[in-house]
Design a protein around this ligand. Structure first.
Ligand SMILES: NC(=O)c1ccc[n+]([C@@H]2O[C@H](COP(=O)([O-])OP(=O)(O)OC[C@H]3O[C@@H](n4cnc5c(N)ncnc54)[C@H](O)[C@@H]3O)[C@@H](O)[C@H]2O)c1
Length: 247
């Protein structure tokens, strides 16, 4: 049995995911950096001592089961799961493509469910299991229909998991970040990408957009000892943008 606590991050090669992996590594966790893109996960892992990069496509039920088995075989335990992998497209209810709707739900909602259900039997062996979802402040504000629905759906899953993990001393919480200009935005093919992010900055009460490290700090809190009695919450890391924008 690994004496270190083990934390697994999905989408761990991405902007938030790699910041989360670095922060949990600093916090003393043995970190499993999982991503559909193994090469990039390996690159993130190569800069951190004693971490485990694994390939994991969250849309593939069999692959998910195999990956969780591999993680348990190699690391011996699982204490923290961070469901971070996600994609998004632009478009409104009429212009968005149906294929993009299905793809978004498959990764952002069904994927979270698949990984979590495969992980639960192992998390239940932990002293204080934690499941942390990376949602989005759009669950409140709206946006692309599939993306908004997937992130609101994750809040629903977190409420169920709060009930299910409670008897095992486990918690589940959602972190809902504001906009950050990462590779995640590439799919959206925004005509005025820079101007959009500048506008977000202007209407955010704290006057700047979020950084991956802001998100990683909140993950550290939910994975750490000070949040043991907090479950079923949604924490916005959005500089106040989840409220009405300033005038
Ligand atoms: N960037 C933002 O503005 C923003 C705001 C709020 C919430 N979020 C959420 O934060 C999370 C991370 O976003 P990011 O900005 O770091 O994006 P990113 O594109 O930098 O990283 C996402 C990672 O997920 C991986 N991924 C994609 N599909 C996958 C799949 N099927 N299986 C496994 N891995 C897969 C990608 O390879 C990538 O490494 C997402 O859930 C996103 O919805 C992002």
């Amino acid at each position: 049995m690994n004496v270190q606590k083990v934390a697994m991050v999905t989408g761990g090669a991405g902007s938030f995911g790699s910041a989360i992996a670095r922060r949990l590594h600093e916090d003393g966790f043995y970190v499993v950096i999982s991503d559909a893109n193994l090469e990039q996960a390996q690159q993130v892992a190569s800069k951190l001592k004693n971490t485990l990069p694994v390939r994991l496509d969250v849309t593939d039920p069999e692959g998910v089961e195999t990956c969780i088995q591999e993680v348990i075989e190699k690391s011996g335990r699982l204490d923290v799961l961070v469901n971070n992998a996600g994609i998004g497209f632009s478009g409104d209810s009429v212009t968005a493509k149906l294929t993009e709707f299905d793809q978004t739900i498959a990764v952002n909602l069904r994927g979270v469910y698949l990984v979590t259900r495969a992980a639960i039997p192992h998390l239940e062996q932990a002293v204080s299991p934690r499941v942390i979802m990376i949602g989005s402040r759009t669950w409140l504000a709206g946006g692309n229909p599939a993306y908004t629905a997937s992130k609101a759906g994750v809040v629903g899953l977190a409420r169920t998991l709060t009930q299910e993990l409670g008897p095992w001393n486990g918690t589940c919480n959602v972190i809902a970040p504001g906009p950050v200009d990462t590779t995640f935005v590439d799919n959206m093919k925004l005509a005025q990408r820079e101007a959009s992010f500048q506008r977000y900055e202007e209407i955010t009460p704290l006057g700047r957009n979020a950084k991956p490290e802001d998100v990683a700090g909140a993950v550290s809190f939910f994975a750490g000892p000070d949040s043991g009695y907090i479950s079923g919450e949604v924490l916005h890391i959005a500089g106040g943008l989840q409220l009405a924008p300033k005038l």
